[in-house]
Ligand binder design. Sequence first.
Ligand code: GLN
Length: 422
Amino acid sequence: MPETAATPRLVSRLPRVGTTIFTTMSALATEHGAINLGQGFPDFDCDPALIECVERAMRANLNQYPPMAGLPALREAVAGKIARMHGRRYDPAGEITITAGGTQAILTAILAVVHPGDEVVVIEPVYDSYLPNIALAGGVAVRVPLRRADVGGRPSAPEAGAAADDAPAIDAPAAPAGATGFAIDWDALAAAITPRTRLVLINSPHNPTGASLDDADLDRLAALVRGTDILLLGDEVYEHMVFDGREHQSLARHDELAARSFVVSSFGKTFHVTGWKVGYCAAPPALTAEFRKVHQFNVFTVNTPMQAGLADYLRDPAPWRDLAGFYQRKRDRFRAGLAGSGFRLLPCSGTYFQCAEYAGVTAAPSGLSELDFCRWLTTEVGVAAIPLSSFYDEPTENGIVRFCFAKRDDTLDEAIRRLAAL
Ligand code: GLN
């Protein structure tokens, strides 16, 4: 319906927001028949056993509203998973809430605790939903850039503790000299804290850079917020994709941090079902109480059969325990394939994203912005990627693009064939 004189004038709550880069690049990839290594989602199926769990739930008539905070069985399963991973036992009744994916949990936490004018510290490059979320709460985003650093971009050969590898060995390339990664600049973060800081948003493993916190980082963070009323929000949706024998350093692991943290994760990433949109938030009772006030009048509940199916499926810990090895093999396959190309690969210690500098890609017209390079790559080479610049609030060019390697091996191999010659 076209606008007419009767159309009321709208004042946008989010005047700077357009279509997300993920949607835009996916559409361009479809239009040009390109391999989509842009938007982060697997191109392979989930475990059929998970589908059967959900089907059983539907046939058992678990199709009406669940309790507002989520099915008790799923909250119990989540509590068990966190306890096994991090040694902290959250109370399913008062500390765990099932959400419609990680994104809804993050918005809900922000709306629950950020008052107009409160400052919220985010790390940049920043995932695209955070800044609009803060704006909707009337908060003021304070952006702290990650610093480029030698973060140990070692060859990605399996190390002790890495998951058993039954796939053919792939020679992982050594990180080329100068391929520095990204790390939190703790001094800059400390400088960003003011008496108005209400919340610090930590995303680890980090989308898009693939960087992840280590235990020393948790201690730095604890020192920074000690004695303040600052809350923390941990976006940990890639928690099970941490590589080279590292352990995921959740905010839930650290006594002082857990006491002031909303810890968010998502089953979509872990079980290859990004379209299901089921996740959770773990937080101490006082935080959870406020979280649920917003959740209750936002989505109210999350669909029942998916919750019941996931609860059933989670009785077997193997699927989430084996995920790091599964994705590490994909990362190594992709990195090995691009080793001789013009791309310079950044270290990737977690997530299913691989960042690459493209200055050495001589086949591309010179001087392209990251966005134009991604367009060129999609239309001329047939591989879609995401410009790092789309994770910045102000125009920022690092000469880096992000590839998603959550793809079947044959998809990755075809993408490598197209990219390796560049
Ligand atoms: N999290 C996904 C990514 O980073 C995108 C999800 C979305 O399209 N909003 O690629």
